[in-house]
Design a protein around this ligand. Sequence first.
Ligand code: PMP
Length: 444
Amino acid sequence: KDDPRNKGFASLNDRFEGYYTNYPYRLASDVMNRPICGVPGAIVDVSNRQTSDEGWAYTQDGSKRTIVNLGSYNYLGFSHNDGPCAQRAADYIDKYGLHMGGTRHEGGNHVTQKHLEECIANYLKVESAIAFPMGFSTNAMNIPALVDKGSLILSDKFNHASLVLGCRLSGATIKVFKHNNPQDCERLLRNALCELSPKTGKAYNKVLIVLEGIYSMEGTIIHLPAFIEIKKKYKSYLFLDEAHSIGALGPTGRGVVEYWGCDPKDVDVMMGTLTKSFAAAGGYMGGSKAVIDHIRAQSHGSCYGAPISPPLVAQVAESMKIMTGEDGTDIGNQKAVRLLKNSRYFRRRLIELGFMVYGHEDSPVVPLMTFWITKVVYISRRMFDYNIGVVAVGYPATSLSTARVRFCLSADHTKEQLDYVLKMMDVVGDETGSKYMKAIKPNP
Ligand code: PMP
């Protein structure tokens, strides 16, 4: 009678980690989970909430509220549906429609895709690029085309779920090194030289180091030059996910490679998403022609999935043109300068207020540590009362005891908006006892 099979199958919606994955996280993400009723820019309309017989319900456009938005990934302020990007997207709908008709191998190899891939390769300063309609699946579907069960993957501890999934699907042996720690990565790599793959019993056929440019929960910027040195020393390969750093770092927004002054050729796969700085949707991979041709021919994502819709291509192509100055204006440069200025200012002021803030001063992702999930919930709700939207992050996106409020800065935030947010954070920080650094005097 104790055999679980006698009780029948579990229901399809049963969840293993039900409480921790659902309950606190749902509470915490309450504010930014409200339906957004407009373009997700520096300020945004969101639906208000009402009680109903069944509990909480969101009203639709009838009752909306305008908030200062520090939740959306709109680093360069390209979200607006006005200006040249929106115009070009509208033109593309007129000219090409929305539908791609099939996969690249089945009639979906549209002229817009070729154009997008040329724009991306030009932006990254690499030989070739390939684009996909989803950033998440760009990682999950393509890493298995690069490594197999005879390979070794060295993965940063805080890599994104899409990278973790791609690594697992590849069947390779995975070793995890300490976050942003080249020494730990090298230690694992050196040990691996005298090991056999537990899956094939032979020496590893290749080693892939998997990193991100900016870590979206930590605000750290990867120490790319040190990892490039290691990859060269041990003849391994580097896969870099620039989801949060492309557009958001470097004088012309070309990401962490430009930020550190590295050579793009030293990164074997430059992956990124089009969902954040370029305010569209999709993912890409850039690199040598040989590697990208291999992905084009071998990956499940390119063989069995349809490509990106034309208006999104237009949005990305136009925003990249602005960032490189090929539109003949200085707007791209101004955006990059404003984003850096906003990020540094906001972070510095939070620290001065006594908050504990993680990450690098140049990162537009600013995590403010509260540690307690209950504090994050309280802060996000109180900030919403003050018409400010912030993202509350807890388990499983972070460990259970390291909940945090995550701010995403945009080039479009004005100093007045940021000062208002800081003023209210000052109040809410005192209310929750979250200014952990206040009592600590800096070393003389
Ligand atoms: N990689 C990283 C590092 C990410 O942070 C994300 C999404 N936040 C993705 C990949 C997936 O991208 P998308 O949301 O465009 O599917």
